[in-house]
Design a protein around this ligand. Structure first.
Ligand SMILES: Cc1ncc(C[n+]2csc(CCOP(=O)(O)OP(=O)(O)O)c2C)c(N)n1
Length: 646
């Protein structure tokens, strides 16, 4: 067990390590010390910066063994999701930068090709590693090189459709490809589904297999009758194969199965990887690890320590962050439970993220109406569509970024059939330190272009509860997106009520206004604050909370444009095809050409990691940014139709 004290303790192995070539000089005892030092480094850094702790602690020995045996970076190592790759970062040239993990300008929490030669493929979303590794293996084959390609994938991630598609492909291609299945029996919560049960049987079957080998050896050792008996048991074994032979499923798919291996014994891992290195064709190495290994609090509660905010090492407790304010996630969770009490048709679906989406309370209260489909967003959405055809009201809670996976399902299975599926998109907008793979910056654009769907976003946690009520009662496809983190801290109405679909609200009238700020979701309060400051400068601004990206409140927006000729739209979304685009399209449709429109949002680029506050500032959608734009638009004087995008 790693004990991390506040003072730096060093056994001196890690300080000599910069690259994998350095670890290849160590013996197993030194490697074990190194593993402990790496764990201390990870725990210390994550306790300050937040991050994916439990998964990374579980893969320390696995990481060392792979880099020890294989010739990285010549041999290619691909991490699935990449949240478990902190040890990999530390021993591939980033030890001295590790304290900057997930900070603005610092190293990313996921593998990044831009960061290191050792990061072969950028990751963040799950279940891509086998496909990527297969592509690399084919390319290497075309080029005629002899390399080892290793993909490390978790037991949660291997259950997603993409991973199955890739296994189906790779098992048949006969390319040299090593898939390391890192099995800790956990996704974020305990893993679900038939594959997970199968892996469990494989693990428990290991004892049976050992026993079987011993019996066979014993029989063979009996002179004359032994060989006969051995043949008989061989036949018996064939018929029992599915029950006791580990990894038969993978063997049937065309992989050589190796395992299950104990994932924290370096001597054992190294020996087995050395053997595997000489094998050819597709191989699956099944490694059993413990999530959170080495930090008791994380071992005891790996779900809580999967992804953590800064915490105190001694107690494992998080540092309090705005404790008085309810998070959007909590508000969603509470409201959906409340509504489900009154309406038995409401059911809830998560894709392996019941805590993250706030559905854990629903799961406890209504286990029979709650479905964790595993890391399978596509299946989750079409499954919801199926439920909806039978008069249920499915609420699918998936982070905005992961909902991207289910785009065709939303179009084809939900919207085309006008089914009443509620898409609850948590983590809309900037998510902060998880960076470009996790920001939810596309959903307004990707959803509003689909016919039949209502797209809304609340200005605060109170409006969120009303939107959830509106969504479950609207009778058609609908999405609500809300941000990561704490709400505004507003008073909460006792009961959620339905909002009028497509109606915005004027939140600051601004009298005979000089300009209008049309905001949506997380940008409404900064717009209100900006209007107050602008008033002190003698600029009067009207602020509209649009509430709906689709359908827009056409009357309100057109009247505003006619009266107030200068318009700023603000959104925490990409500008292309987003909310501001919708407003422009409306003006064009209604022939309103004599306005100056300035759209604030995210331009045509991927956004790096930094805190949410830093990013809102950088992209000019916070109070200060809106003030700056308002002043500049006032300086321009009146103009006829002129659209200035950020
Ligand atoms: C497409 C997608 N959905 C959801 C997530 C969020 N997520 C990150 S890691 C994780 C669990 C991964 O489980 P597993 O592969 O078993 O790895 P472990 O953390 O247990 O090591 C989830 C659900 C994601 N990264 N990508």
């Amino acid at each position: 067990m790693v004990v991390v004290s506040n003072r730096d303790r060093s056994h001196g192995v890690l300080e000599k390590i910069n690259y994998p070539v350095d670890i290849r000089k160590l013996d197993v005892a030194e490697l074990h010390i190194l593993a402990e030092e790496i764990r201390e480094t990870i725990i210390k850094t994550v306790s300050k910066n937040g991050g994916h702790l439990a998964s990374s602690l579980g893969t320390v020995e696995l990481t060392l063994a792979i880099h020890y045996v294989f010739d990285t970076p010549r041999d290619k190592l691909i991490w699935d999701v990449g949240h478990q790759a902190y040890a990999h970062k530390i021993i591939t040239g980033r030890k001295d930068l590790f304290h900057t993990l997930r900070k603005k300008g610092g190293i990313s929490g996921f593998p990044r090709r831009e960061e290191s030669l050792y990061d072969v493929f950028n990751t963040g979303h799950s279940s891509t590693s086998i496909s990527a590794a297969s592509g690399i293996a084919e390319a290497k084959c075309l080029a005629g090189g002899d390399f080892k390609i290793i993909a490390v994938i978790g037991d949660g991630s291997i259950c997603a459709g993409m991973a199955f598609e890739a296994l189906n492909w790779a098992g048949d291609r006969d390319k040299n490809l090593i898939i390391v299945l890192n099995d800790n029996e956990m996704c974020i919560s305990p893993n679900v589904g038939a594959m997970s049960s199968y892996l469990n049987r494989v693990m428990t079957g290991q004892t049976v297999t050992k026993l079987k080998t011993e019996v066979k050896n014993f029989l063979r050792s009996i002179p004359s009758i032994g060989e006969q008996m051995f043949k008989f048991t061989k036949q018996l074994e064939e018929s029992l194969k599915g029950l006791v032979v580990p990894g038969l499923l993978f063997e049937e798919l065309g992989f050589t199965y190796v395992g299950p291996l104990e994932g924290h014994r370096l001597d054992y891992l190294i020996k087995n990887f050395k053997n595997v290195k000489d094998l050819r064709g597709p191989i699956l190495v099944h490694v059993i690890t413990r999530k959170g290994k080495g930090y008791q609090f994380a071992e005891d509660d790996p779900s809580k320590f999967h992804g953590v905010a800064p915490f105190k090492i001694e107690s494992g407790e998080a540092h309090p962050d705005n404790p008085a304010r309810l998070s959007y996630t909590k508000m969603f969770g509470k409201t959906i439970v409340k509504l489900a009490r009154e309406n038995p048709r409401i059911v809830a679906i998560t894709a392996a993220m019941s805590e993250g989406t706030g559905l854990d309370e629903f799961a406890r209260e209504y286990p029979g109406r709650f479905y964790d489909v595993g890391m399978a967003e596509q299946h989750g959405v079409t499954f919801a569509a199926g439920l909806a055809t039978e008069s249920l009201i499915p609420v699918v809670a998936i982070y905005s970024t992961f909902m991207q996976r289910a785009y065709d399902q939303i179009i084809h299975d939900v919207c085309l059939q006008k089914l009443p599926v509620v898409l609850a998109l948590d983590r809309g907008g900037f998510v902060g330190s998880d960076g470009p793979t996790h920001h939810g910056l596309f959903d307004y654009s990707y959803l509003r272009s689909i016919p039949n769907i209502i797209v809304m976003s609340p200005k605060d946690e109170n409006e969120l509860q009303h939107m959830i009520k509106t969504a479950v009662e609207c009778g058609g496809p609908v999405s609500i997106r809300y941000p990561r983190g704490s709400g505004i801290g507003v008073n909460l109405d006792d009961e959620p009520v339905c909002l009028e679909i497509g109606k915005g609200e004027v939140v600051v009238h601004g009298g005979d206004a000089d300009l209008a700020i049309i905001a949506i979701g997380s940008t409404v309060y900064p717009a209100i604050a900006a209007a107050r400051k602008l008033r002190d400068d003698g600029i009067s601004a009207r602020v509209i909370n649009a509430r709906f990206v689709k359908p827009l409140d056409e009357q309100l927006l057109c009247d505003t444009a006619k009266n107030v000729k200068k318009i700023i739209t603000v959104e925490e979304n990409v500008l292309m095809g987003g909310f501001g685009s919708a407003v422009l399209e409306l003006f064009e449709k209604r022939g309103i050409y004599d306005v100056v429109v300035r759209r604030l949002g995210i331009g045509d680029e991927f956004v790096e990691h930094a805190s949410q506050g830093e990013l809102r500032k950088m992209y000019g959608i916070d109070e200060e940014g809106i003030i700056h734009t308002a002043r500049s638009i006032m300086d321009r004087g009146a103009a006829t139709l002129s659209v200035i995008a950020s």
